[in-house]
Design a protein around this ligand. Structure first.
Ligand SMILES: Cc1cc2nc3c(=O)[nH]c(=O)nc-3n(C[C@H](O)[C@H](O)[C@H](O)COP(=O)(O)OP(=O)(O)OC[C@H]3O[C@@H](n4cnc5c(N)ncnc54)[C@H](O)[C@@H]3O)c2cc1C
Length: 385
C-alpha cells in the first residue's frame, strides 16, 4: 500500500460490521486510507456459523474465510490485530493502544457485544465456556474432543441453537434456564412449546425454572448444581445467557450511550466524527444483534463516509432460528399493542400478531409453516422506515 500523510478512517473491530463496512467503502472510494484495528486475530468469518459448526463438522480453521493479511490486501487497508484499543480522545481525534497513539480523520466503532457470564462458582469452573467469536469456538471445539456431554446454561436463541447443533454433533445435551419456556423474550408460549418439543424429540433435556449456580469436579467430569436441588453430570458447560453491546470505550470517551452506543440514523454518535454500527450500536433506540441490520448499516455508512450523507433504513427483518429439529422464524412486533392469533397444530404453527385494525405487526412460524416467511414479511411495517 502507498504511504500517505492523510489521516486514515479508523475502524475498531474486524467482525462482520467492521469488515462489511470496509468492503462497502472500498466499492465507493479506492484511495482514502483505512486502518482496521482488532483485539482478535482478524480472521474473517461468519459468526452465525459458530452455532452450526458441529452440524457441518467444521473446525474453527475451516470456518475462517480469510486471514487478516488477505483481508488487508483485498480491502487495501492496514489491519492491526491483537491490538487492544484502550482509549479514544475525540478532541484530539486520536485513539490509544496502550502507550501508542494513532490519529484518525473519522472513527468507526464496530466493537460488537460481550457475553454475560453465568454466575457460577465452584472448583469445576474451568469447564465453562462462552462462544462469541472464532477463537472461543476453537477453544471449545478442542475441549470437546473425546467428550460426550455438554450442559448449556441459557435457553435463549443462542442456547437453543447450540443445543440442536451439539446433538447433531453427537453430544448429550442438557439445557438449564430460570425461565419456564425457551426463548422467553422472543416467543409466545405456544410456539415456544413447539420448539422445545422439537429439541426434546432429538434428545435435548430441558431443566427450566431453575438456576445453575455451582460446578463441582466429579469423577471424569463435573456436577452442575441447580437451585431446585437437581445435579447434572456433564463434561463441558456453555454459558449462553445473553449479550450486551460493548459501550465501555465510548462511555470513557464521553460519547452518549444507553443499552448500546447511541447513534442517529446516519450512524453518527454524539461526536460528529465518530460513528458506530453492528452489535455495539443503538440506532434510534434499537439494539439489533443480528447480521441484516449491520449489513444495511454498513452500506449506508459507506456512502456517508465517501461523501454522500445517507440514513440507514431497515425493512422487516425476521430472525431464523438455526433449529432444524423445529425450524422457527421470528419477526418480533415493535410494540405490545395487539394480540397473538395462533393457527396450526403440533410443530407446524403460524402465530400472527395483529393490532386492533388487523394490521400484521409480527409473526412466529414453526415447522412446515416457515415457508410463509417471505409472504408475511411483505405485510409487515418496516423496522426503521
Ligand atoms: C453463536 C452466534 C450465532 C449467531 N447466529 C446468528 C444468525 O443466525 N443470524 C443473525 O442474523 N445473527 C446471528 N448472530 C449475531 C451476529 O453474528 C452478530 O450480530 C454479528 O456477527 C455482530 O458483528 P459485529 O461486527 O458487530 O461484532 P463482532 O463480530 O463481535 O466484532 C467485534 C470486533 O471488535 C473487536 N474489539 C472489541 N473490543 C475491542 C477493543 N477494545 N480493541 C480492539 N478491538 C476490539 C473484536 O475483536 C471484534 O473484532 C449470532 C451470534 C452468535 C454469537
Amino acid at each position: 500500500m502507498t504511504e500517505t500523510n492523510e489521516k486514515p478512517i479508523i475502524i475498531l473491530g474486524s467482525g462482520l460490521a467492521g469488515y462489511t463496512l470496509a468492503k462497502e467503502f472500498r466499492k465507493l472510494d479506492a484511495e482514502t486510507p483505512v486502518t482496521i484495528i482488532s483485539n482478535d486475530d482478524g480472521r474473517s468469518y461468519s459468526k452465525p456459523m459458530l452455532s452450526a459448526g458441529f452440524t457441518k463438522d467444521k473446525t474453527a480453521a475451516a470456518l475462517a474465510l480469510a486471514t487478516a493479511g488477505d483481508m488487508a490486501t483485498n480491502l487495501k487497508a492496514s489491519i492491526r490485530t491483537k491490538a487492544e484499543v484502550t482509549a479514544i480522545n475525540t478532541e484530539e481525534h486520536t485513539i490509544q493502544l496502550g502507550e501508542e497513539v494513532l490519529e484518525y480523520s473519522k472513527l468507526v466503532l464496530a466493537l460488537g457485544a460481550k457475553t454475560h457470564q453465568a454466575p457460577l462458582e465452584g472448583d469445576g469452573i474451568d469447564v465453562v465456556y462462552s462462544i462469541n467469536d472464532l477463537e472461543d469456538y476453537d477453544r471449545f471445539r478442542q475441549a470437546a474432543i473425546g467428550k460426550k456431554r455438554v450442559a448449556i446454561v441459557g435457553a435463549g436463541l443462542i442456547g437453543c441453537e447450540f443445543a440442536n447443533d451439539l446433538v447433531n454433533g453427537g453430544y448429550e445435551v442438557d439445557v438449564i434456564a430460570p425461565s419456564t419456556s425457551v426463548l422467553p423474550t422472543m416467543l409466545p408460549e405456544v410456539p415456544a412449546k413447539a420448539l422445545q418439543a422439537g429439541l426434546e424429540s432429538i434428545g435435548v433435556r430441558f431443566h427450566l425454572g431453575a438456576l445453575a449456580h455451582r460446578v463441582i469436579k466429579h469423577e471424569d467430569g463435573v456436577k452442575l448444581c441447580l437451585s431446585n436441588g437437581e445435579e447434572i453430570e456433564t463434561d463441558l458447560i456453555i454459558s449462553a445467557i445473553g449479550l450486551a453491546p460493548r459501550v465501555e470505550l465510548a462511555s470513557k470517551a464521553g460519547l452518549k450511550y444507553q443499552k448500546g452506543i447511541s447513534v442517529d440514523r446516519s450512524l453518527q454518535t454524539s461526536d460528529p466524527d465518530v460513528y458506530a454500527l453492528g452489535d455495539c450500536a443503538e440506532i434510534d433506540g434499537m439494539v439489533l444483534l443480528y447480521v441484516l441490520p449491520l449489513m444495511n448499516s454498513a452500506r449506508a455508512l459507506a456512502k456517508t463516509l465517501s461523501g454522500t450523507p445517507t440514513e440507514v433504513t431497515f425493512g422487516p427483518m425476521p430472525v431464523v432460528v438455526k433449529s432444524p429439529a423445529c425450524p422457527t422464524v421470528i419477526a418480533t412486533p415493535a410494540d405490545t399493542n395487539g394480540e397473538w392469533h395462533v393457527e396450526g397444530e403440533g410443530q407446524d404453527l403460524s402465530c400472527l400478531f395483529k393490532d386492533a385494525e388487523g394490521q400484521l405487526k409480527g409473526f412466529v412460524l414453526t415447522g412446515a409453516k416457515v415457508v410463509d416467511k417471505l409472504a408475511l414479511s411483505k405485510q409487515l411495517p418496516p423496522l426503521l422506515g
